[in-house]
Design a protein around this ligand. Structure first.
Ligand code: SAM
Length: 311
């Protein structure tokens, strides 16, 4: 607990209009509804919105209660109205949700932004159901403020193992390369993501946050839709994944989180990122599909999972 109170000195709390310089690469420990009126206008190139889904969930003592559908929609529309002024005209917005929440937020996103796509992420973990299909996916809505936006395709290609390596008539590999770890092809990333697991106990990035997003997933969003040095905003920062990934990939960030302990976990993760800037599953400038670990270049990794950091 002493560590939490020591670290919390580094957190920011807003009580009046603030400049970008004051909040750049900072974590704001505050309710986004209270902090947003003081944030600058038009500074973010990328918004990662990972709000509480419409489910009852205990975020370390802060209970988000499942709401009536219309009530959740009102709450979510309020969040969007708050954060939209902070976006640049060329900005991209990614919104995470489960399938139930997705249905509720889609009309709001349609009204406020240009929806470009909906990514389906196979989470690889979910509780089996007796009379339903196991819930194993999440949605990530890809929206933009206007039709002028960036998409860095080459930064998010997927490196896949080639099972049946096809050769041209003169014997040359067709769209694949032979490497030490096997035969690989770089493919265009689609809107179904099957190469990312949720952080689990043995992964160094894992914390005790109940809905922590994987660094690899956020890295795809950051690389596709921002350039180095640009500003990434996350108003529901949780354990700090967006801030950590932004830092590792040379972007600037602003994060807001209501829970003090989570803010401190994020600070701690940022300090670790300084020494260990690698992102599991992203190496040599490409995303690797699952089960290719032995072929991936070896990075320096922290020896303990971050769950061990705060007891
Ligand atoms: C779905 S989680 C985000 C998880 C995050 N992406 C990560 O990787 O750790 C939502 C977070 O929003 C926080 N939160 C809920 N209401 C909030 C509010 N009004 N203002 C700021 N943060 C809030 C919760 O404490 C929780 O950590």
């Amino acid at each position: 607990m002493q560590e939490i109170s020591d670290l919390s000195i580094e957190l920011v709390y807003l009580m009046s209009d603030t400049s970008l310089k004051t909040i750049e690469n900072q974590i704001i420990h505050q309710d986004i509804f209270d902090a947003a009126p003081y944030l600058p206008i038009g500074f973010a190139e990328l918004l990662v919105l990972d709000p509480p889904y419409n489910l009852s969930k205990n975020y370390n003592g802060y209970l988000f209660k499942e709401k009536e559908k219309s009530e959740y929609q009102e709450w979510f529309a309020g969040v969007v109205r708050l954060v939209k002024p902070m976006l640049k005209p060329t900005a991209t917005v990614y919104v995470c949700s489960d399938w139930r929440t997705s249905v509720l937020i889609a009309p709001i996103l349609e009204k406020e932004f240009r929806i470009q796509n909906r990514i389906t992420w196979e989470r690889e973990k979910g509780r089996g159901a007796k009379s339903n299909w196991k819930n194993n996916t999440e949605d990530i809505w890809f929206c933009t403020v206007s039709e002028q936006y960036r998409f860095n395709l080459d930064a998010v290609k997927l490196k896949r193992k080639v099972i049946a390596p096809y050769r041209t008539e003169d014997g040359r590999p067709k769209d694949w390369q032979a490497e030490a770890g096997g035969n690989f092809r770089l493919t265009h990333p689609s809107n179904i993501w099957t190469d990312i697991t949720i952080p689990f106990w043995s992964m160094p990035e894992n914390t005790k946050h109940p809905t922590q997003k994987p660094e690899k997933l956020i890295a795809k969003l950051v690389l596709a839709s921002s350039n180095p040095g640009e500003m990434v905003l996350d108003p529901f920062l949780g354990s700090g994944t967006t801030a950590v990934v932004a830092k590792k990939l040379g972007r600037r960030f602003v994060g807001v989180e209501i829970n003090q302990e989570y803010c401190c976990w994020a600070l701690k993760r940022l300090a670790i990122a300084q020494e260990y800037p690698s992102i599991q599953g992203y190496a040599d400038g490409v995303f690797w599909e699952r089960n290719t670990l032995s072929a991936q270049p070896k990075d320096k990794k922290p020896s303990v999972a971050q769950t061990e950091l705060f007891l």
